[in-house]
Write a protein that binds this ligand. Structure first.
Ligand code: SAM
Length: 275
């Protein structure tokens, strides 16, 4: 599913409609990246008016990604598979591991064609990373992809990242089975890094609702509670500190973390396959 949202403006020649803004590029703008257009900035500004905390969440999610990569590296993980990566150009996995050791390999997967072209350009000179443009709802195909097999050894543990991605996967597509299908093909000691919008946050719900009314379609986002996330983790064991709100997942001293956790509508968990 491509995260491309058409603004509800008049006619194809309206400036907001050329080029069509995309959420991946809007994220890039909020992360101070360089892969966005004027149209993306306009839409980002409108979203910020509806839901002022969304850019903050995007930046904190990127800090979370860094914390998870460092934690997993400390646990001995050297292979990373990011499902629904967005454009990996600002403090993404390959940039974080490059600061840690020279023996890591990273595969990014996303189905958005615009993300694909920008990601391939970003990774052109990164020999230890690949980008695969495909639908993550096909685990057998993703894990058999020759580009993935070129750098990942599936007989060794892999850390699978699903940060903000499962909230774009509908219940009908059975996220629990999807995770189970990936981990059935991965070795013992493999990890799942998960983040997901939680239920019941009034500010987030009203922001997304207002945003949906501004556009031709609502944002492709589902909210799930901690029981639903525990079910999605299936047979994986949840590593300490458990399923927690984002600020409470191994907060680092140098960021605004560990503060006001109850106001952050994102749940986070790290699961491990140990059987
Ligand atoms: C909210 S973004 C998260 C991006 C990134 N993980 C991050 O933390 O910044 C979700 C991404 O998942 C991708 N995505 C959604 N459904 C997908 C699917 N079925 N197959 C592949 N990619 C998908 C979207 O294109 C989008 O780039």
């Amino acid at each position: 599913m491509a995260s491309t949202w058409a603004p509800n403006q008049d006619g194809p020649d309206h400036p907001h409609n050329a080029p069509e803004p995309s959420f991946a590029r809007i994220n890039d703008y909020w992360l101070d990246g360089s892969d966005h257009t004027e149209a993306d900035v306009e839409i980002a500004t409108r979203i910020t008016m509806c839901a002022p905390h969304i850019p903050y969440l995007v930046r904190e999610l990127r800090h979370l990604l860094g914390r998870m990569v460092r934690e997993l590296h400390g646990l001995g993980i050297r292979q990373f598979l990011d499902l629904g990566s967005g454009i990996p150009n600002v403090q993404h996995i390959h940039q974080v591991v490059a600061e840690l050791s020279a023996d890591c390999r990273v595969v990014y997967v996303d189905s958005d064609p615009d993300v694909a072209s920008r990601s391939q350009a970003t990774l052109r000179d990164v020999p230890f990373a690949r980008f695969i443009s495909t639908d993550i709802r096909q685990p057998a195909e993703v894990l058999a992809d020759p580009q993935l097999r070129e750098i990942l050894d599936l007989s060794e543990p892999v850390a699978v990242f699903l940060l903000g991605t499962l909230q774009e996967i509908a219940d009908e597509d059975d996220p629990r089975q999807l995770v189970a299908d990936y981990f059935a093909r991965l070795s013992q000691g493999s990890y799942l890094a998960l983040s997901h919008f939680g239920k019941g946050d009034q500010q987030l719900a009203s922001g997304l609702d207002m945003f949906g009314r501004m556009f031709q379609q609502p944002p492709p986002v589902r909210m799930r509670d901690t029981d639903e996330l525990r079910a999605i983790l299936g047979d994986l064991s949840v590593v300490e500190p458990g399923i927690v709100r984002m600020p409470l997942w191994h907060p680092s001293d140098d960021q605004d973390m560990g503060q006001n956790a109850e106001h952050v509508p994102v749940h986070v968990a790290l699961g491990v396959k140990n059987q």
